[in-house]
Design a protein around this ligand. Structure first.
Ligand code: UD1
Ligand code: CA
Length: 485
């Protein structure tokens, strides 16, 4: 691969944290507005679940534990959590909210778990996927500046406050309470400062506040937001921690909001990729997941999708409308329009496509040409080998400089088992030849066009397996005469 690669991750600020925290993620909501069988936090933004994005950011705080409140679809959510716990080496403990009755009830379900630690707790809603390490660390700094209040409410001013709870401050500018959109008066609705649903606070205060909550709202739910008014009423220290970057705090309550967040996430990643020296013809239609690495001076045409652990070398050219999943593409390789590459390794200076499909475990050495409507699977192709048209190569080991005639097929499947085809260096197959595996074509051997090959072809031989051609002179002429044409 090229030497100059876009090195992720999105941010890596080195803000020191003075004492360890614990993190509480609220992920038990029914996600009613999503209208989905899948729990909301398992929906994805740019290839990662909402909960993965939140947990990754939370893990960057090095918490003593991440406690996650789960309920609907809990088996699926818990499976995702255990994957993430291993992936990120962070302790994650799910707690059950039996019957989700609001954010206050969610925090209440987690009390006995978070009370096991004396550490300050950072509460993050599970549906805030754009939250970054940088913003979380900034919040921790703001919390310190505010003198570690009993409860710090993270607020921001998005372009439209619609749908969020509003921060109500008094004349002196001190926060008094939070009022939900649906419980707002006309004038409250005009307030632009909103509650992000991220909080930093003391476990003791949170326990006390949650015990006091009553369902006094349009929804008949227990709102954690009411902990603010409770804190003010009981003369506790409550502060609003105002954060600039509202996008990091945006929540996804509907699929339309999810798609807007997906777009923002994609824009962030694409911007970094371009800054690292890669040309994107049309960032709006280019999907690059965060684990992808791309070498300098590569060119990605419109409609490029790069998923998973894909690595592109330097000067790779993708014409466009190409999907590459978990694959490696070497320097200077050109993938022509409309191709798909999965779990494969392509070396440098290859030509792929247009309309080619490299299925899993295809390994192409330098300078291989794979052309129109060619499919490969679990096959190794040696240097300079060419399959330019209409060919299927499956379970094959192919040498160097082999030429596949148009329409060559490795018949690898007998209805029960897959069999191997071996083709030596410099061999050549004629058009429309079928190589019935298991079979070996020796170095330099030729397969005659239209042959069905079932026996091994010796080195440097010609093998032909088709009906003998007959020439019947004047047959057509006689026929025309007979028919009077
Ligand atoms: C909440 C806040 C609102 C804030 C907004 C920010 C309340 C009452 N409102 O509203 O002030 O502006 O977030 O995005 O807190 N959850 C549970 N169990 C439940 C209910 C919710 O775990 O019983 C979880 C959800 O999975 C979600 C999070 O808590 O991840 C927030 O819940 P949601 O219903 O999305 O609250 P909002 O209406 O967005
Ligand atoms: Ca929400």
């Amino acid at each position: 691969l090229g030497s100059t690669q876009c090195s992720k991750p999105l941010i890596s600020s080195k803000i020191p944290l003075d004492s360890p925290l614990q993190v509480l993620v609220l992920a038990a909501g029914k996600g009613t507005r999503f209208r989905s069988e899948t729990p909301k936090v398992l929906h994805k933004v740019l290839g990662r679940t909402l909960i993965e994005r939140v947990i990754r950011a939370g893990a960057s705080l090095n918490p003593v534990q991440i406690t996650v409140v789960v309920s609907s679809g809990r088996e699926l959510v818990e499976a995702e959590l255990s994957r993430l716990s291993t992936l990120l080496s962070v302790p994650i403990v799910p707690v059950l909210q039996e019957n989700p009755r609001g954010t206050g009830d969610a925090v209440r379900s987690a009390l006995s778990e978070i009370a096991k630690f004396s550490n300050r707790v950072v509460i993050i809603p599970g549906d805030t996927p754009l939250i970054t390490e940088e913003t979380l660390k900034q919040i921790v700094v703001e919390d310190l500046k505010a003198g570690k209040p009993d409860l710090g409410v993270v607020s921001c001013k998005p372009p439209s406050p619609f749908g969020y709870g509003r921060i109500i401050r008094n004349d002196a500018g001190a926060v008094q309470r939070i009022v939900e959109e649906r419980d707002c008066t006309e004038s409250e609705r005009l307030i632009r400062e909103i509650n992000s649903s991220l909080y930093v606070g003391e476990v003791n205060f949170i326990s006390e506040a949650v015990a006091s909550l009553k369902p006094m709202n349009a929804q008949g739910e227990l709102y954690f937001t009411d902990a603010v008014a409770y804190g003010i009423a009981t003369k506790k220290k409550v502060a609003a921690l105002l954060v600039e970057n509202w996008l990091d705090l945006a929540g996804a309550n509907t699929r339309a909001e999810l798609s807007a967040l997906e777009q923002s996430c994609r824009e962030r990643v694409n911007k970094l990729i371009m800054e690292s020296g890669v040309t994107l013809e049309d960032p709006a239609t280019t999907y690059i997941e965060e684990d992808v690495i791309i070498g300098q001076d590569s060119y990605l045409g419109s409609g490029t999708r790069l998923y998973g652990k894909t690595r592109l070398g330097a000067r790779v050219k993708l014409d466009g409308d190409t999907l590459i999943v978990d694959s490696t593409i070497g320097d200077g390789t050109h993938v022509k329009f409309g191709s798909m590459i999965e779990e494969s390794a392509v070396a440098s200076d290859c030509f792929i496509g247009p309309f080619a499909h490299l299925r899993p475990k295809s390994e192409l050495a330098e300078g291989v040409h794979i052309g129109n409507f060619v499919e490969t699977k679990a096959s190794k192709l040696g240097k300079g080998t060419k399959a330019n048209h209409l060919t299927y190569i499956g379970d094959a080991v192919v040498g160097e400089r082999v030429n596949f005639g148009a329409g060559t097929i490795t018949a690898n499947y007998d209805g029960y088992k897959k069999h191997k085809t071996t083709i030596g260096d410099g061999a050549s197959t004629g058009s429309n030849s079928v190589l019935v595996a298991p079979v070996t074509i020796g170095d330099g051997a030729y397969v005659g066009a239209g042959s069905v090959i079932t026996k091994d072809a010796p080195t440097d031989s010609l093998v032909v397996a088709r009906g003998q051609e007959r020439v019947i002179k004047d047959w057509a002429k006689k026929r025309r005469e007979k028919l009077g044409k």
